[in-house]
Design a protein around this ligand. Structure first.
Ligand SMILES: Nc1nc2c(ncn2[C@@H]2O[C@H](COP(=O)(O)OP(=O)(O)OP(=O)(O)O)[C@@H](O)[C@H]2O)c(=O)[nH]1
Ligand SMILES: [Mg+2]
Ligand SMILES: [Zn+2]
Length: 220
C-alpha cells in the first residue's frame, strides 16, 4: 500500500521530465543531472566542464538548484555562462516542473542552443534527488575524497543510476584516509557499468579525460 501513495505524482513528474528531455534534444542540448553531497564540488566541476565545452565551440548553461540564495548561479554567470537559479524554498530535491520553468527562463531553443549541454546542479543530497527524473540524458554523481570511500554502498540510490561518477578532490588523497580500491569495489557492487574518473578541480587532474567523455557523448 505504502509504495502506491506517491505513484501519481511520480508519473506526472516522469511525463514532465520526458517533455524537458524533448525540448533539450530539439535544441541540440544534452541535459546533465549533477548529484552529490553538499560541498562535494558540483559547481566547481560544472565550471570546469563549461570552460572545456566552450573551447570546443560547444554551448553550456546551468540550472542551479539551491535550497537558499543564488551564490552558485552568480558564480557561474560571473564566469560568463548563462545560469538560472531555482530556489526550492528549503526543499531537498529538484523536480521536473521546476526544471521546465527553468528551461523557459534560460531561453532553451532561443537564447541557449546546442550543440552543447545544460547542467542541472541538484540539491546537495544523495537520497531523494535520485528518485526524480528531470529530463537529463546523463546522470553525473560527484563524490569527493573527504567524504570517505564508503559512499557508494551507503547511498546506493544515487550511485546506482549514475552514468558517470567523478571522484573529486583527489589532491587530498595524501591528507585524508581514503582507500580508492575500496571506493571502486563498493561502486561496482551497486553499478557495474558507469564511467569513473578521478579528478581534482584544484589541480585539474583528470578534468580533460572527464570532459573528453562528455564531449563525445554530447556529439553522439
Ligand atoms: N581541495 C579541493 N577542493 C575542492 C575541489 N573541488 C572543489 N573544492 C572546494 O570544495 C568547496 C565546495 O565546492 P563547490 O564547488 O562549491 O561544491 P558544491 O558541491 O557545489 O557545494 P554546494 O552547492 O554548497 O552543495 C569549495 O571550497 C571548493 O573550492 C578539489 O578538487 N580539491
Ligand atoms: Mg554548488
Ligand atoms: Zn527531497
Amino acid at each position: 500500500m505504502k509504495e502506491n501513495v506517491g505513484r501519481p505524482i511520480l508519473d506526472e513528474n516522469d511525463r514532465l521530465a520526458r517533455d524537458n528531455a524533448q525540448k533539450l534534444a530539439a535544441a541540440g542540448l544534452t541535459g546533465v543531472n549533477v548529484l552529490a553531497s553538499p560541498g562535494a564540488g558540483k559547481t566547481s566541476l560544472i565550471l570546469r566542464m563549461l570552460e572545456y565545452l566552450k573551447s570546443f565551440g560547444l554551448a553550456g548553461a546551468v540550472i542551479e538548484g539551491n535550497a537558499a540564495p543564488s551564490i552558485d548561479s552568480e558564480r557561474v554567470r560571473s564566469q560568463g555562462f548563462p545560469a538560472v537559479q531555482v530556489n526550492t524554498g528549503g526543499g531537498c530535491h529538484l523536480d521536473a516542473a521546476m526544471v521546465s520553468h527553468a528551461l523557459l527562463e534560460l531561453g532553451v531553443g532561443h537564447a541557449v542552443r546546442g550543440p552543447g549541454a545544460v547542467f542541472i546542479e541538484n540539491i546537495g543530497n544523495l537520497i531523494c534527488p535520485a528518485g526524480h527524473r528531470l529530463g537529463e540524458k546523463i546522470t553525473l554523481v560527484v563524490a569527493s575524497v573527504p567524504e570517505g570511500d564508503d559512499k557508494p554502498v551507503k547511498y546506493p540510490a544515487a550511485f546506482t543510476i549514475a552514468d558517470l561518477v567523478a571522484l573529486n578532490k583527489v589532491d587530498l588523497l595524501e591528507s585524508v584516509e581514503f582507500n580508492p580500491d575500496a571506493f571502486a569495489t563498493g561502486l561496482r557492487t551497486v553499478n557495474e557499468s558507469c564511467k569513473v574518473f578521478e579528478v581534482s578541480c584544484r589541480t585539474d587532474q583528470g578534468i580533460d579525460s572527464l570532459a573528453d567523455w562528455l564531449v563525445r557523448t554530447i556529439r553522439i
